[in-house]
Design a protein around this ligand. Structure first.
Ligand code: ADP
Length: 380
């Protein structure tokens, strides 16, 4: 395995300072606040995904780190150094965007060496580093090609090599795979995982609206919504115990049933709650008091269709309104006539697939229900 020498500014070993930080950064465009009071530390060697819907402020956060946007308030730090007013070139960060943005009139080799020439690195050293970086992304054999002679995936590999050639301590990736087709995206995710292994000290900020990319690549996920970091945590923790209703919906596509707790329950104990006349049992996430309103979040694959057998929770009757085939599974949309709520169920290979108009009885095991705080007001 090729391992790159980290020859950037000597910041990472000196202290435990984060490789990059946003401290209370707000970015406004006139009346629009694109990023509101955003604080985030990214450690050396860590990958943080900024995950959220379109317009939630992900790119703005990245641009503030890169120096393409100046915060209206707050500060940006790299390795503990305040770079709020430094230009992008002074920051020495590697950046890859969705559209590759290769220079069309330059060969692969020239594209990758661009940042090194701009930094007046000697030509022999430039060549050595370009070759090393191209090998790392598997593009050495294409060094003399022009960008229009490459596929989309190859162009994106070159864009990544160009970003890494300057040996940055921080790499920013803004939806780097969204221009690629689905199967290529998957193999690129795999390649990015391998790249991370080759660059153990590199801090990566990965902007995406695709939860699968975030789950595969990130050590921590920051879920963004309405110009804010709505929730932040270690990837597995965020998926298994989403801290908010929005993160449960965005990560794993849960439906959230509004419910009222019926009896006090200690953390980890059974929790009984009333969902519009249906008493459901879940597991209390924290000490919970009777009367409190909570959300019972259920992922599509957690629902089971009841066909006569007994189950811990009472069954809900739903009517199927849509069925979507997704290759390895079917996604079923169904409405509960009693509560009016739309639910989404997953049927995997081998399970019977219902038809539109079918009436089903569905249930969910207590341990499969994620208890989340309900939103106090509709933020959006
Ligand atoms: P995301 O990357 O999550 O899709 P952005 O950070 O691009 O979101 O944008 C956040 C918000 O800021 C959006 O409402 C967007 O329309 C607005 N915005 C972004 N850039 C500009 C700009 N240059 N001028 C005005 N509004 C902008």
């Amino acid at each position: 395995m090729t391992t790159l020498s980290q020859a950037g500014p000597a910041t990472s070993v000196r202290t435990a300072e984060p490789a990059a930080s946003l401290r209370r950064v707000t970015v406004s465009y006139g009346a629009t606040t694109a990023l509101h009071d955003c604080s985030l530390d990214i450690a050396a060697g860590e990958t943080v995904a900024l995950l959220g819907p379109s317009g939630s402020g992900k790119s703005t956060a990245l641009k503030a780190l890169a120096g393409f946007e100046t915060p209206t308030s707050g500060t940006v730090h790299l390795g503990g150094r305040d770079v709020t007013t430094a230009s992008p070139a002074q920051r020495g960060i590697g950046i890859v965007v969705q559209s590759y943005a290769l220079f069309p009139h330059m060969s692969v080799r020239k594209n990758v060496g661009f940042g090194l020439r701009a930094r007046r690195i000697a030509s022999a050293e430039t060549r050595r580093r370009v070759d090393e970086t191209l090998r790392m992304v598997g593009m050495f054999d294409y060094a003399d090609r022009m960008p229009d002679e490459l596929s989309g995936g190859q162009q994106q590999r070159v864009a990544i090599a160009r970003a890494l050639a300057i040996r940055p301590n921080v790499l920013l990736l803004d939806e780097p795979l969204s221009a690629l087709d689905a199967s290529l995206r998957q193999s690129m995710v795999h390649e990015l995982q391998q790249l991370k292994d080759k660059l153990p000290g590199l801090a990566v900020v990965y902007v995406t609206h695709d939860q699968n990319e975030a789950l595969a690549l990130a050590d921590r996920i920051a879920v963004m919504r309405n110009a804010r970091i709505e929730s932040l945590g270690r990837t597995e923790e965020m998926f298994n115990h989403p801290p908010t209703e929005f993160s449960a919906t965005f990560l794993g596509g849960a439906d959230v049933l509004p419910a009222r707790i019926l009896e006090d329950a200690a953390a980890g104990a059974p929790l009984r709650a009333d969902y519009l006349g249906h008493v459901l049992e879940a597991v209390a996430r924290e000490d919970s008091a009777a009367g409190q309103t909570v959300g019972l979040a259920v992922r599509p694959w957690s629902w089971t269709v009841v066909d006569g057998g007994s189950s811990s929770n009472p069954a809900l009757r739903v009517e199927v309104t849509g069925v979507q085939w997704r290759g390895s599974s079917h996604r079923v949309q169904a409405v509960s006539p009693e509560t009016g709520q739309t639910l989404h169920l997953e049927r995997t290979a081998g399970q019977p697939v219902p038809q539109v108009g079918d009436s089903l009885r569905v249930t969910v095991e207590p341990s499969e229900i994620l208890v989340v705080p309900v939103e106090k007001s509709d933020v959006s």
